[in-house]
Design a protein around this ligand. Structure first.
Ligand SMILES: Cc1ncc(COP(=O)(O)O)c(C=O)c1O
Length: 377
């Protein structure tokens, strides 16, 4: 989509094909120009015009009253938990989610919240009867008060699958009698938007709040935005200050996010479709190689072979025959050939496509995978 073809300058060191994550992307030339030219103010005084423009743009795109620019997806989730959940309150979350596994237990350490996990299915969805069964009885003094339900969209551990608006509607309807709010950890929300062909507004219409990352497939260098009602965002802003996340002339960073969310050719939402095509192609090519196995576990529980039809966004998950020791040798052999993938939970390997990875890089990765498998057999 008109971003040139110099992969190294956009995704890592010279000559490297870095598929460890979509967080390795470098800003687009349009982003760098917008950052240099950004009008700034003092965002703690709420007068940085570029931050205000980004927050308003994000809120409008997601159909919510207000937005808040934060340093990271982790901070976005934490300020959302702090805004929704009283100390001692409980959060229902998918067992494989980022919040229970990868955010240093911040919900407990900082927010004083407890967790109740529900095992998600191969589509990344927590079965609704099990969500309802996890809600505590608020009239029982022994129980924590269930205060928030989390949905991760895309759901990383199931090939970063998009969760549909239909599921969100069913969940909202089921939770309505108890008035329990829903927060979407949408680190890769726009991958879901593009994969499902729906609007971001429709996708989070049944959620009370959502966080999305600018610094993953959207290719901005830093930042996430939290959206929700004005009252919720005021509480989240206060939580951000408490965490030391009140920034000053931060319009220089917000400017890159505004470029990412632009409707024009400089925007980076629509290009996510290329990442999805490339991930499917990579999965298709490597799935034919001996010793490339299904990732197992919830992503693709049944079958020996990697099933490329499971890839609907930008994650490829798989295992190599031979267990953890072979996995380590395989990843080293791949790195020797200039291709980086990463060890993922449950013995899996993850490769993530992103800005800067095109046809040539996919072909080179498939060839390097075949060679690294042969060398480590
Ligand atoms: C699903 C999910 N949520 C939240 C995050 C946290 O984002 P950050 O790394 O910006 O803190 C990530 C990061 O990869 C993620 O994959």
């Amino acid at each position: 989509m008109g971003y040139g073809s110099d992969a190294a300058s956009r995704s890592g060191g010279a000559g490297l094909i870095d598929l460890r994550s979509d967080t390795v992307t470098h800003p687009t030339p349009e982003m760098r120009r917008a950052m240099a030219a950004a009008e700034v103010g003092d965002d703690v005084f709420e007068d940085d015009p570029t931050v205000i423009a980004l927050e308003e743009r994000a809120a409008a795109l997601l159909g919510k009253e207000a937005g808040l620019f934060v340093a990271s997806g982790t901070m976005g989730n934490l300020v959302s938990v702090m805004a929704h959940v009283p100390r001692g309150g409980e959060i229902i979350t998918p067992a494989e989610g980022h919040i229970p596994n990868d955010e240093a237990a911040n919900y407990a350490v900082v927010a004083g919240a407890g967790l109740r996990i529900v095992h998600e299915n191969a589509y990344g969805e927590m079965p609704i009867p099990e969500v309802l069964a996890a809600i505590q009885d608020p009239s029982d003094p022994h129980s924590a008060i269930t205060s928030l339900v989390i949905v991760e969209n895309c759901h990383a551990h199931t090939f970063s699958r998009p969760i549909t608006p239909e599921y969100m509607r069913e969940l909202r309807t089921a939770l309505a009698p108890q008035r329990i709010p829903i927060h979407v950890d949408g680190a890769r929300l726009f991958n879901a938007v593009v994969a499902l062909g729906v609007s971001a507004r429709d996708l989070v219409a049944d959620a009370d709040s959502a966080t999305f990352c600018l610094s993953k497939g959207l290719a901005a260098p830093i930042g996430s935005v939290v959206v929700g009602s004005k009252d919720f965002i005021w509480k989240a802003r206060r939580a951000r200050k408490l965490l030391g996340g009140g920034m000053r002339q931060v319009g220089v960073l917000a400017a890159a996010g505004l470029v990412a969310l632009a409707d024009g050719p400089e925007g980076t939402i629509r290009r996510l479709a290329d990442d999805h095509t490339n991930a499917r192609r990579l999965a298709t090519e490597i799935s034919t190689l001996a010793d490339v196995l299904s990732p197992g576990h919830i992503a693709q529980p049944e079958g020996d072979r990697l099933d490329p039809s499971r890839v609907t966004t930008n994650f490829v998950l798989f295992k190599v025959a031979g267990g953890p020791e072979r996995r380590a040798r395989f990843l080293d052999a791949l790195a020797q050939r200039g291709v980086l993938m990463v060890a993922y939970p449950h013995g899996q390997i993850r490769a993530v496509t992103h800005y800067g990875i095109g046809d040539a890089e996919i072909s080179a990765t498939a060839a390097a995978t075949a060679a690294a498998l042969a060398e480590t057999a």
